[in-house]
Design a protein around this ligand. Structure first.
Ligand SMILES: Nc1nc2c(ncn2[C@@H]2O[C@H](COP(=O)(O)OP(=O)(O)O)[C@@H](O)[C@H]2O)c(=O)[nH]1
Ligand SMILES: [Mg+2]
Ligand SMILES: [Zn+2]
Length: 275
């Protein structure tokens, strides 16, 4: 039998199968070369009193911090206000999404309070951008459709409506998420990542903060690859950082707010360099 690992906690792997969720352990031999992670498609062996994971199927990808395998898309979840959207955070997340080659969806919730100031910038770059209010059922249905049969990581700051959204998707209240967020903050406890199965097919993970970029990108020159404005046509200067170089053709193609994020992210990566 095959299944998808939806949770890993204290050596117990919860695997979603056609027969429901099963709690499994890992076959001894497997522990030596690889270890199943949330999102893995695994093969199971069922004996009289326990279920063992015997094989991990090849992965499409493997995200880091939180560790999730086989992710299709990142849903960058923001609010139009309360809290005010933070373009630096969006840009950091778009870079990660590009790095992992995920489909990127940017959503601005709370349209009932305000229209989004930033939606146009991201639409202009070519991202799929949605403005909606979770209070509006018709719009919520449309957003929900984007997740069908996909594995989606939901990323965004607290207060924007992620838990409200996930509860709507599942059709029941998961108050547990916020409770554990609060009790674990500041205690250096790693939050458990869990894939939630959507009734219409697909999985979603309400993820805690993603890793710092310098862990993934160690050469500052590589950063521009993950900015869509900098992709495509090559700059005529070799080793150009597309910063202040006079005559750099790419420098003009980027919105000032995105450029500011690019500079800040460059600094973040450079400061972490060991040399
Ligand atoms: N006005 C308005 N409030 C919303 C909307 N969606 C969620 N909220 C509220 O925003 C607050 C934070 O929501 P929550 O789901 O806990 O956000 P999270 O921290 O991202 O998980 C709650 O009081 C929600 O009721 C919306 O579309 N419009
Ligand atoms: Mg929440
Ligand atoms: Zn350049």
């Amino acid at each position: 039998m095959k299944g998808v690992v939806v949770k890993v906690l204290a050596g117990v792997f919860t695997v979603n199968t056609l027969e429901g969720k099963l709690e499994c352990s890992v076959k001894g031999r497997l522990k030596l070369d690889d270890y199943p992670t949330v999102g893995d498609v695994v093969e199971l062996e069922i004996s009289s009193n326990h279920v063992v994971i015997t094989r991990i199927m090849p992965r499409l990808n493997l995200l880091d911090r939180p560790k999730i395998a086989n992710v299709n898309q990142m849903f960058i979840f923001m609010a139009t206000s309360s809290p005010e959207p933070n373009n630096y955070l969006i840009d950091r997340l778009t870079v990660l999404s590009e790095y992992w080659q995920l489909k990127t969806i940017i959503g601005f919730n709370k349209l009932d309070l305000k229209k989004s100031d930033l939606a146009g910038i991201y639409r202009g770059i070519g991202y799929d951008v949605y403005e909606f209010s979770l209070l509006d059922d018709a719009k919520s249905q449309l957003i929900r459709g984007l997740l069908k049969d996909k594995t989606t990581v939901l990323a965004g700051p607290s207060g924007v409506g992620k838990t409200t959204f996930v509860n709507k998707l599942l059709g029941y209240d998961r108050e547990t998420a916020d409770v554990s967020e609060k009790t674990q903050r500041g205690k250096h406890t790693t939050r458990v990542v869990e894939l939630l199965q959507l009734p219409e097919g697909g999985y979603i993970a309400d993820t805690p903060g993603f890793s710092r970029l310098d862990v993934l990108i160690d050469d500052p020159k590589d950063l521009s690859r993950y900015f869509r404005e900098y992709q495509g046509a090559t700059c005529r200067f070799a080793n150009c950082m597309h910063l202040k170089e006079p005559g750099c053709s790419k420098r003009d193609n980027i919105h000032p707010l995105r450029f500011q994020s690019y500079r800040e992210l460059l600094k973040e990566i450079e400061e972490m360099k060991p040399w």
